[in-house]
Design a binder for this molecule. Structure first.
Ligand SMILES: CC(C)(COP(=O)(O)OP(=O)(O)OC[C@H]1O[C@@H](n2cnc3c(N)ncnc32)[C@H](O)[C@@H]1OP(=O)(O)O)[C@@H](O)C(=O)NCCC(=O)NCCS
Length: 218
């Protein structure tokens, strides 16, 4: 049955290998399995908010609060879509995209993780290309931004491979210690050029129309 009142659950973004959709509560166990199996070695922290430092049930609860909040707090002015990423029917990671002031700014920011067991197979690149397509082709975005701690070689490689341009640096606190972040920016023109150069996979969108007004993109 289509989710007429909450059409975001019907959104599908597909690449040659991946499907992205928003998780329902029934999807939480599979996502939590990947999170508990490990996203990064414990002695590193790739995220700005160190949510993976929580353990056991608290890590599960924190993750669930995050997914519930993303639904409960969604407005056209301020939204965050934490897409669940599956490959051959198995959950492999999450690719988020958020819009703050999207109706006027037409900008999105992305963030992501892939379970350690699935890293290094091009999934990170494919799922980022998927949400870029969703943002530019689906929502009419003008700019997409991303950032990573300066020592996160994999995340930086994803941005560079997809054709983002460097956008300076910023200092932030990582586990309460000052650290350098590198910033990346993709304009609509840059995205079109990268696609013309076949640096992105073919992406298809399903169910975007009914979500446009909810996301301030109508
Ligand atoms: C960052 C992340 C999402 C990338 O996903 P992935 O599936 O491992 O990446 P891919 O296999 O698509 O690789 C993309 C690029 O990164 C490079 N790469 C992958 N792992 C790397 C590593 N450990 N060191 C250097 N480069 C690496 C690949 O060679 C590839 O570059 P290329 O296209 O120029 O050859 C994933 O590693 C991850 O979840 N890491 C932990 C969480 C995290 O860092 N999230 C992002 C926070 S900003």
């Amino acid at each position: 049955m289509p989710n007429a009142v909450w059409p975001l659950f019907d959104l599908r973004i597909r690449t040659p290998r991946l499907e992205l959709r928003l998780p329902t509560d029934d999807d939480f166990p599979a996502l939590l399995d990947v999170i508990h199996a490990g996203i990064h070695p414990p002695d590193t922290m790739p995220f700005e908010i160190p949510w993976t430092d929580a353990e056991g049930d608290e890590l599960s609860r924190e993750s669930m609060r995050f997914w519930w909040r993303s639904r409960g707090e969604l407005t056209a002015e301020d939204w965050h879509l934490p897409f669940m990423v599956s490959m051959a029917g198995k959950v492999v990671g999450s690719q988020g995209v958020k819009g703050t002031g999207f109706p006027a700014l037409r900008e999105v920011e992305t963030g992501s993780w892939v379970g350690m067991a699935y890293q290094g197979q091009g999934i990170g690149k494919e799922m980022r290309a998927a949400v870029l397509h969703f943002a530019f082709a689906g929502l009419g975005a003008e700019v997409a931004r991303s950032g990573a701690w300066a020592d996160n070689a994999a995340s930086i490689a994803v941005s560079r491979a997809l054709g983002y341009e460097d956008d300076g640096t910023r200092r932030g606190l990582r586990r309460d210690v000052p650290a350098e972040q590198v910033r990346f920016r993709m304009t609509r023109e840059g995205w079109e050029d990268a696609r013309a150069d076949r640096r992105h996979p073919v992406v298809t969108l399903d169910g975007v129309g009914p979500c446009l007004a909810l996301l301030g993109a109508a």
